[in-house]
Design a protein around this ligand. Structure first.
Ligand code: FAD
Length: 482
């Protein structure tokens, strides 16, 4: 059976790896991976500059979501696990021109500890009274079970008032989703954090297992010693072996232009092969199954010749862009705060969304005595920011950091990465939209979607969806015994 995996980001890589592993254990598969760019990894882009390890895209994954941990283990990367330095974990929010610490025990609006929230300068008295009265954790459960979707802004304002929304929730969501609370879905976004809280309680045992396996304490975030690129390199090595044995083919610089459904036979049965993959430049392949590990708008473009309804549904998932700027200091500027970094609410009027103090968050990222600041711009707050020149972007973050941190020192050097249309927005009605998409694509046997647009935006979510798509392909190949 011939399978095409479209997209060489972590989702496509994970799907191709799982299929190649099954093929090497005798599943009857020929796998091709088509990637438009000239490198694999997609949003994962790690670079070493002097003694700095810089991440242009994701810098880690959440340890409690075990798919990424399990995948790294399978690739033999266990000894490379690097946990965040949680003893130094403090995150701040810019509030009235100063950095105020996020109260301990607070994850989004769910809190298991009331006292830190009640004495925090972040919340006005009205919000504190509501925190007390409503009992936060039981309300988190409400968000998960509520049937009617609504915006995060409506949900939070109703429960906790504008102080919670503007001073805490809005900057959190801008940092994670690059989105606005007026548009984001309470059901898809808040319940995910709620589940995450639940899971973290339930997964304590899992964490202990990780702790034992990795030989160190389980931290909130996990990365790899050489950066996230170590993960994609490990997959690439495995795929190169599969390529040698003839079960896998890597097609770099091959942008897929469209997907065609080959004619049904007289009985209306799906033919084998079922789909034509048309590449830019005119080449054409025929395959039995396709895993689309691509942004939703790209899936829409490719699938429009097959189903305009499916394409319309897919293109209704909006995206925002992101820019990251790394400021590298060979000698740390004086008086940088401790902790992992800070978030900036829209009420500040600035362009900076967030800044991570990478040298505190992880070891081995900056030289001894140095500092690495990773700044985020873009999102729904500043559409089009990715069109600015590098020097303008660096100037913006330095100007804002001067005000916020009193940072006067110029960095030893800086790097800028642009990620146009990279962050899917789980807007109100997202869960229903995804259900409709799943129903519609079910009419086309052999087509599978995976990636960050459906059920979670993190690396671990991508790996989970890749695994699910690969499993369905194996079931199709009657490979349930693998
Ligand atoms: C700035 C930033 C920071 C982030 N930080 C974190 C983090 O710390 N932790 C975390 O868990 N998550 C983080 N995320 C989210 C996470 O990085 C992504 O969800 C994940 O990397 C997406 O992987 P993917 O393979 O689905 O998509 P992508 O990485 O976007 O890969 C898709 C690939 O498809 C290719 N492609 C597109 N169209 C075609 C076509 N027509 N034909 C062939 N190939 C095509 C592209 O070139 C690309 O290589 C971050 C995201 C951003 C933008």
């Amino acid at each position: 059976m011939r399978v095409a995996v479209l997209g060489g980001g972590i989702t496509g890589l994970a799907a191709a790896y799982m299929l190649a592993r099954a093929a090497s254990a005798a599943a009857p598969l020929e796998i091709s991976l088509f990637e438009a760019g000239d490198r694999l990894g997609g949003l994962i882009q790690t670079e070493q500059w002097e003694d700095f390890i810089l991440e242009g895209g994701p810098d880690s994954f959440l340890t409690e979501k075990l798919d990424a941990i399990a995948f790294c283990r399978e690739l033999g990367l266990e000894s490379a696990f690097l946990g965040s330095n949680d003893a130094r974990r403090r995150t701040y929010i810019l509030h009235q021109g100063r950095l105020a610490q996020i109260p301990a025990g607070m994850a989004l609006f769910a809190s298991r500890r009331f006292v830190p929230a009640l004495i925090s300068p972040l919340f006005p008295l009205e919000t504190k009274l509501r925190i007390l009265r409503e009992g936060l954790s039981s309300r988190a459960a409400d968000a998960q079970t509520s049937r009617r979707d609504e915006s995060v802004a409506d949900y939070i304002s109703r429960r906790f008032g504008p102080g919670m929304l503007e001073n805490f929730i809005e900057p959190m969501l801008a940092g994670v989703y690059g989105g606005e609370p007026e548009n984001l879905s309470a059901q898809s976004v808040l319940s995910r954090f709620g589940q995450s809280e639940e899971r973290s309680a339930k997964l304590t045992r899992g964490k202990i297992a990780i702790q034992k396996g990795a030989g160190k304490s389980a931290s909130i975030f996990t990365t790899l010693k050489e950066g996230m690129g170590q993960l994609t390199r490990a997959v690439e090595r495995q795929l190169a072996l599969a390529e040698k044995s003839g079960i896998f083919r890597l097609c770099l610089r091959q942008r897929v232009r469209s997907i065609e459904r080959l004619h049904l036979d007289r009985a209306g049965e799906t033919p084998r092969p079922a789909y034509g993959i048309h590449l830019e430049g005119g080449t054409h392949f025929e395959v039995d199954a396709v895993i689309l590990a691509l942004p939703a708008f790209e899936c829409a473009r490719l699938l429009r010749p097959i189903s305009s309804r499916l394409a319309d549904l897919l293109s209704s998932i909006p995206y925002t862009s992101a820019v990251t700027v790394a400021l590298c200091y060979c000698a740390a500027p004086p008086n940088l705060p401790g902790g992992f970094g800070f978030l900036v609410p829209r009420s500040s009027g600035g362009k900076l969304l967030a800044c991570t103090f990478v040298h505190n968050k992880f070891d081995f990222r900056a030289p001894h005595g140095g500092a690495l600041l990773r700044c985020f711009l873009g999102g729904a707050r500043q559409p089009g920011v990715e069109a600015m020149e590098n020097h303008e972007l660096v100037a913006i973050v330095l100007t804002e950091l001067r005000k916020i941190l009193n940072l006067m020192k110029e960095p030893s050097f800086s790097r800028v990465w642009r990620w146009p249309q990279a962050m899917p927005q789980y807007n109100v009605g997202h869960a229903d939209r995804v259900r409709e998409i799943e129903k519609e694509i079910g009419n086309y046997p052999g087509l599978f979607l995976a990636g960050n647009a459906w059920s979670g935006v993190g690396i671990s979510d991508c790996i989970r969806t890749a695994k699910s798509a690969a499993t369905k392909v194996l079931q199709m190949a009657d490979g349930s015994h693998y």
